[in-house]
Design a binder for this molecule. Structure first.
Ligand code: CMP
Length: 139
């Protein structure tokens, strides 16, 4: 089925001027950008978005990193969008990611791993609603 997922192009990628390179890989994987905006996340926003990781040892560094520069938040649409996006992103740690994936080709480290993508359709809905109003998404 045609579904949606949520994506973030992270500060390490925007800093290196890779917004287009990342988006091209997403599009070539069969995903369509149906909403996109470049934002500076506030600390409150990043803490809210990553709330499920609050107890993890890397939480504070993650929030600091995600607020260290602009990010591009996107809604992606396509056949089985959550899985398709996870496949093209590659493993969380770029060292473990397959060749040809965004993280293997572009990411710097497990923290500065260039992209976020929703891990389930349920979370995709929650994450899309966190950043976008319905009228900002044009399919
Ligand atoms: P993301 O998909 O955005 O979700 C949580 C993020 O935490 C993850 O990608 C990584 O960038 C980041 N992170 C930093 N350190 C770790 C770690 N040790 N294990 C997992 N995720 C980490």
């Amino acid at each position: 089925a045609i579904t949606r997922t949520f994506s973030i192009i992270k500060p390490d990628a925007t800093r290196r001027n890779l917004t287009g390179a990342v988006t091209k890989m997403l599009e070539e994987a069969g995903l369509r950008v149906v909403a996109s905006k470049r934002i500076q996340m506030s600390r409150e926003q990043a803490e809210g978005f990553y709330g499920v990781h609050k107890e993890r040892p890397f939480f504070n560094d993650l929030v600091t990193f995600m607020t260290s520069g602009p990010v591009v938040v996107q809604v992606l649409e396509g056949e089985d969008a959550v899985k398709r996006n996870r496949d093209i992103m590659g493993a969380t740690n770029p060292e473990n990611a397959e060749p040809g994936t965004i993280r293997k080709e572009l990411a710097e480290s497990i923290e500065a791993n260039s992209v976020h993508g929703s891990d389930s359709e349920e979370n995709a809905k929650i994450e899309i609603d966190f950043f976008f109003k319905p009228e900002e998404i044009v399919g």
